[in-house]
Design a protein around this ligand. Structure first.
Ligand SMILES: *Cc1c(COP(=O)(O)O)cnc(C)c1O
Length: 436
């Protein structure tokens, strides 16, 4: 597999290089030079395949022999040992539940694959691998649980103080071993900025072997394509043909993976990027002006991103052709008030409890359906996290009906530890180089 940088199409690196560098020095993002189109026969018969089989087919096409088949199958079987069911709510509305992994969020797909890929390529006796992650909530937990106990790795997670939920914070701060949490006095963008400064710091990079586990890492993007294929397989089994995916979006990694799946031949009628008031993308699609803004805090805090990193990947997938992209991608944004209304509507109509991110995806699907009443496709909105991770937004009645999985209950008994830090890069660098 060969990868280029979105800032330099002549760059050409192999898969392990892209995985460990995470970001090219020119600060672009890695993208596959060749996007393989899966054979029609496979797509036509996809309803006969299981999730691990689909994962293998999709990953081996993308990785193009970067990992021998037997090893790749083993990584896949270990990484995706949980389900991603599409659950019907009404005749043409389904929810794709991506929260059945250990951190109860869809980020488990990316993080569990990435950690195993990194462990696979790490050779005995090599320098310790320092994984840096900025998280707005869910990334941290998924990465922490993905890397926990992986030899020769050390994970540092930065999260914005007071802006992640209690369960999320517990998932970040109770691991011990090779996992370290830093509570930053600032926003998610501040955390992300600190990590980016570390990667651009030549002196630091001479001392430490740094890598990123954020959604910019190509080994997180690749495994996210598979649940789109797997959802499609399930819908085909249910007799559905035309599919619309509505994706709650923040850093736009999830929907970038969906669009990559589309480019690999997955028949999707429409993608919908659903955002909270951090609406850089919906504004761009409406006005043609791409203007990032500082992030604003919302109930859907994992989507509080003012400058979505993966957008450059999406533009590249469509050769910078906004008109072509707009045929496939619509985008809507919602306030906190609308999000709450959405949560209640879903509960009233389907007795289903959706987390705020998920509710936003449903609202966008509803709005799309209203604008396109003649379309006779099946709408699937992605549920990116278990409702129990966001207890503050629900009414008492709803809260009492949320079933908290056992692994979360166990967390509350554990000891919490996080290093407190300001947003000065000097403090972070100092910590990385001296305080471990
Ligand atoms: C990370 C996250 C998102 C946003 O996903 P992106 O890939 O960053 O667009 C949405 N919902 C939840 C629950 C998340 O954790």
């Amino acid at each position: 597999m060969k990868l280029y940088s979105t800032n330099n199409h002549d760059l050409n690196v192999d898969f392990p290089t892209a995985v460990f560098n995470s970001m090219p020095l020119d600060k672009g993002l890695y993208m596959p030079v060749n996007i393989p189109v899966l054979d029609q026969e496979f797509i036509q018969q996809i309803d006969q395949y299981t999730l691990p089989q689909i994962a293998f087919k999709v990953a081996s096409a993308l990785l193009d022999h970067a990992i021998p088949a037997e090893d790749l199958q083993k990584i896949i079987d270990e990484a995706f040992n949980f389900d991603a069911p599409v659950v019907p709510l009404e005749a043409e509305t389904y929810v794709l539940e991506l929260f059945h992994g250990p951190s109860l969020a869809f980020k488990d797909f990316g993080a569990r694959f990435m950690s195993r890929i990194m462990a696979y390529f790490l050779k005995d006796g090599e320098q310790l691998l320092d994984v840096l992650v900025a998280t707005s909530g869910d990334t941290g937990g998924a990465v922490a649980l993905g890397f926990l106990g992986v030899p020769n790795t050390r994970v540092t997670i930065l999260y914005p103080k007071g802006k992640v939920s209690e369960i999320q914070e517990l998932q970040l701060c109770t691991n011990g071993q090779n996992i370290h949490a830093i509570e930053v006095e600032g926003t998610f963008d501040d955390c992300q900025h600190l990590v980016k400064q570390a990667f651009a710091d030549e002196e630091l990079n001479r001392k430490l072997r740094l890598t990123s586990a954020n959604s910019i890492n190509i080994s997180r993007l690749i495994p996210q394509t598979l649940y789109y294929f797997n959802a499609y397989a399930q819908l085909r089994r249910a007799g559905k043909k035309e599919v619309i995916f509505s994706v709650p979006s923040g850093n736009f990694g999830n929907i970038a993976a969906g669009l990559l799946a589309y480019k690999m031949g997955l028949p999707v009628k429409q993608f919908i990027a659903a955002t909270n008031v951090n609406d850089t993308v919906p504004r761009y699609l409406k006005t043609g002006i791409y203007e990032t803004r500082p992030s604003v805090q919302t109930y859907a805090n994992a989507m509080d991103v003012g400058a979505p990193s993966n957008w450059v990947r999406i533009m590249d997938l469509f050769n910078q052709d906004k008109a072509a992209l707009q045929e496939v991608l619509k985008s809507y944004s919602y306030t906190d008030e609308e999000t709450l209304e959405g949560i209640h509507s879903i509960y009233d109509r389907f007795a289903y409890i959706a987390c705020p991110h998920t509710a936003i995806a449903w609202l966008a699907l509803e709005d799309y359906n209203k604008e396109n009443p003649q379309e006779n496709a099946t709408g699937v909105f992605l549920s990116t996290a278990h409702a129990c991770k966001f207890p503050d937004v629900f009414s008492e009645e709803m809260s009492s009906k949320i079933q908290v999985p056992a692994q979360v209950q166990e967390l509350t008994a554990k000891l919490k530890h996080a290093e407190k830090m300001d947003t000065e890069y000097g403090s972070f660098k100092n910590y990385l180089t001296t305080f471990y």
